[in-house]
Design a protein around this ligand. Structure first.
Ligand SMILES: NC(=O)c1ccc[n+]([C@@H]2O[C@H](COP(=O)([O-])OP(=O)(O)OC[C@H]3O[C@@H](n4cnc5c(N)ncnc54)[C@H](O)[C@@H]3O)[C@@H](O)[C@H]2O)c1
Length: 451
């Protein structure tokens, strides 16, 4: 413990010179005595042109490249993927759009280390299979580069701690890129919460409910069939952050509130075997394979302020897409799936009846969405991916704290490991580690950001 305190004190003191802006913005005086007990929203001096290296150019990585190549102040310097053709295609796309040709790195799974070592980069962006996220972010930060990664940021508790430790020690950003925090409805709900429409928050429901049977069992969709390997190996909420990210922003997790503990339970495993038998034949390897992942995994989190969050992971069954997104407070509740509805006592026209949420957009639209609506049109996942990428670059260029940070990424990702342990222990209650080491009590909630 003393070592931790020494390091944190050192970081806070050394950070003071470069981050006066953020200290002022968060309402703190710049005095070292106060900084000792009050965490600083992490910032670095503004970066005028953000020189980027990409690792992973599959479905989501190439979406991000398309966004970043259209964002002012970005230079894509290097590309890394185990498949050389994906580098060729991305290089061509960039050159056709009038950008310089980035250097390619395609010499195996560890070639990202050479890219990080050789290239003059500010930011390494990762969109690889999950097991590479933490190793790439660590390599980037240890080499003085900032890191941003597709979600989840990490897949074990050890990796979560490693990323927090390395980010603090190196003073580098490690950003968990949760695009759903920038979706229109989630942003509007956050705006409603900030302005008190729902009252004090009590409960939320969220999740990732996406029929991925066909994609997970496809021999070609995910490179090296990386995704099904997790369903074979782990019974856990494998992908908690799409639902959880926006909810934690509403509940100020790591910023005045904290996850306390969780319990998880998973049901039988049927969907993948049945689907594979129907598609490939009953004797096919994928039909007889033993999958660890229960078809529906439910996790219940209690927060330090007494709220509950129900998260569902369901990627093995025939069903329409949903992230649920239900937020309930003392004055009423709002939900996104299956239909956008709201009920607010004293505001809704009929007592006891849902209203269409569509009627609330005009008054409650989040200003970030309003200002970015045109620019994000046509980009991935309804535009939210562009807003996410734009905000990352805007924060780096302005030297401001990123909207999502290493503590967010660690606490969201911790649900994977904790839910696995809870399920293995007959729904044993699992305490969350406090990745902020107590700092959550003094950190300020994310404000109403604008683009
Ligand atoms: N936020 C979202 O909405 C969203 C959507 C899709 C995927 N994702 C995330 O994006 C990531 C990638 O998913 P995907 O669907 O693009 O998968 P994919 O298989 O299409 O892409 C992964 C890419 O990484 C490359 N790769 C694998 N190992 C590598 C290594 N060691 N070094 C360099 N390159 C390597 C592969 O060749 C492939 O091109 C995952 O983390 C996934 O969860 C997020």
């Amino acid at each position: 413990m003393p070592e931790d305190f020494n390091r944190r004190d050192f970081l806070k003191t050394t950070a003071t010179a470069g981050i006066g802006l953020s200290i002022g913005a968060s309402g703190l005086s710049g005095c070292a005595a106060q900084l000792k007990s009050v965490p600083v929203p992490f910032t670095v001096p503004p970066i005028d042109t953000v020189r980027m290296g990409f690792v992973g150019l599959g479905h989501q990585g190439s979406n991000h490249v398309r966004n970043f190549m259209n964002i002012e102040g970005v230079k894509i310097v290097a590309l890394c993927d185990i498949v050389p053709e994906k580098i060729d295609t991305t290089q061509e796309r960039l050159v056709e759009a009038g950008h310089p040709k980035p250097t390619g790195y395609s010499n195996g799974h560890e070639d990202f280390r050479r890219m990080i070592d050789e290239e003059d980069l500010d930011l390494v962006f990762t969109a690889t299979p999950w097991k590479w996220h933490a190793p790439i972010c660590v390599a980037a930060m240890e080499n003085g580069k900032h890191a941003a990664t597709e979600i989840p940021m990490a897949i074990t508790l050890d990796e979560c701690w490693q990323l927090v430790d390395v980010s603090e020690r190196t003073n580098r950003h490690c950003v968990a890129m949760e695009n759903c925090c920038y979706d229109r409805t989630e942003l509007m709900i956050l705006n409603m919460v900030r302005k008190g429409l729902l009252g004090e928050l009590l409960h939320a429901e969220c999740g990732y409910l996406h029929d991925l049977r066909g994609l997970k069992l496809s021999p070609t969709f995910y490179e090296e069939e990386w995704r099904i390997k997790h369903s074979i190996a782990r019974d856990a909420d494998l992908y908690p952050t799409h639902g959880l990210g926006p909810i934690t922003q509403c509940m100020n997790i790591n910023r005045g509130n904290q996850f306390d503990f969780l319990v998880s339970m998973s049901c039988s495993t049927r969907g993948l075997n049945l689907y594979a038998a129907g598609k490939f034949g009953a004797d096919h390897l994928k039909a007889v394979q033993e999958y660890a992942l229960g078809d529906v995994v439910n996790t219940l989190i209690q927060t330090k302020l007494g709220q509950t969050i129900l998260i569902t992971h369901d990627t093995n069954t025939p069903r329409p897409y949903s992230r649920k997104v239900l937020v309930q407070g003392t004055k009423g509740l709002v939900r996104k799936y299956p239909e956008q509805k709201i009920y607010i006592e004293g505001v809704s026209s009929r007592s006891d009846q849902w209203e269409d949420l569509a009627d609330y957009y005009e008054e409650w639209e989040h200003p970030l969405w309003s200002s970015m609506r045109e620019r994000s049109r046509g980009a991935g996942h309804g535009g939210m991916d562009y807003i996410e990428d734009f905000r990352l670059i805007q924060c780096l260029r302005e030297g401001k704290p990123t909207d999502m940070d290493v503590y967010d990424g660690a606490s969201w990702s911790a649900v994977i490991d904790l839910s696995e342990r809870s399920i293995a222990g007959r729904s044993r209650s699992m305490e969350f580690p406090d990745f902020t080491r107590g700092a959550w009590q003094d950190r300020e909630p994310l404000g109403i950001i604008e683009g």
